[in-house]
Design a protein around this ligand. Sequence first.
Ligand SMILES: Cc1ncc(COP(=O)(O)O)c(C=O)c1O
Length: 287
Amino acid sequence: MEHHSNIVPWQQLAARTGAVVRFAGITEEGELDWEDFESKLSEKTKLVSVAAISNVLGTRIPIAEIVSKAKQFGAFVVVDAAQHVPHEPTVVSEWGADFIAFSAHKMLGPTGIGILYGRQALLEAMPPFLGGGNMISSVTTEGFTPGELPARFEAGTPPIVEAIGLGTAIEYLKKIGVGAIREHEAELTVLAHDLLPRIDGLRILGPPPQKKAGIISFVVDGLSAQDIAIFLDRQGIAIRAGHHCAMPLHDYLGIPNSCRASFYLYNTKDDVERLAEALAVVVAKLR
Ligand SMILES: Cc1ncc(COP(=O)(O)O)c(C=O)c1O
């Protein structure tokens, strides 16, 4: 159930190094298949990379348990927290992961910037991946010495405007409280799980509301996701239709694409009710 951004870079790395990328399966309910995950681990496992929350199914993944299991095999753990940090309180030390990444544009910040957390000892052991200005402590015609952390990984002129925007977004979210956002989204998710399946032929993908974040992906028998999204758009309701950068998941589910409504702090119960009403109309009409 990973986003392409947590698949393709590893495939690129594998092509360069000969490493093998293996996928743990998911259960029918859309949760991590723990037995399959364990069966894929061995002393050859160098790294486990996993999203804390699926951007399609909304499933919450037990990161601390994954880290503890992976560590038994000496593997590093990378967490894609793009859907977690904006929607659930995130305590880095509770996870114990080696690297955690998340994106500003999912948390009311600008596009094109995000944060990579890494354990200091690992970052210090890593060579810079990009050369240029600002990432050095000295340069001669013979070579260069990398700068201190984090500058050594931040070559070139930084995205100054975006960094200020991200800082402001973080302050704003902290003031509201991500815990309060989670509770608000949970209410909307329960309501959506109540209203949407009443629509003829509509099936919500993934686990029940208690086990997921505020992401409602669904399919409607015999109808194209794109048609549904276009019709809703005309009613002023914005959902997304497509593979949501998760083609392997859709392959596994045996569907070409899906519709996705995702909630955040600005959505209301009224939005969910309007979505359900408009969907009932579109489904009847397209049939
Ligand atoms: C779970 C998850 N991981 C990664 C990404 C990709 O983030 P970015 O576009 O900032 O690389 C997204 C969304 O775009 C996402 O939902």
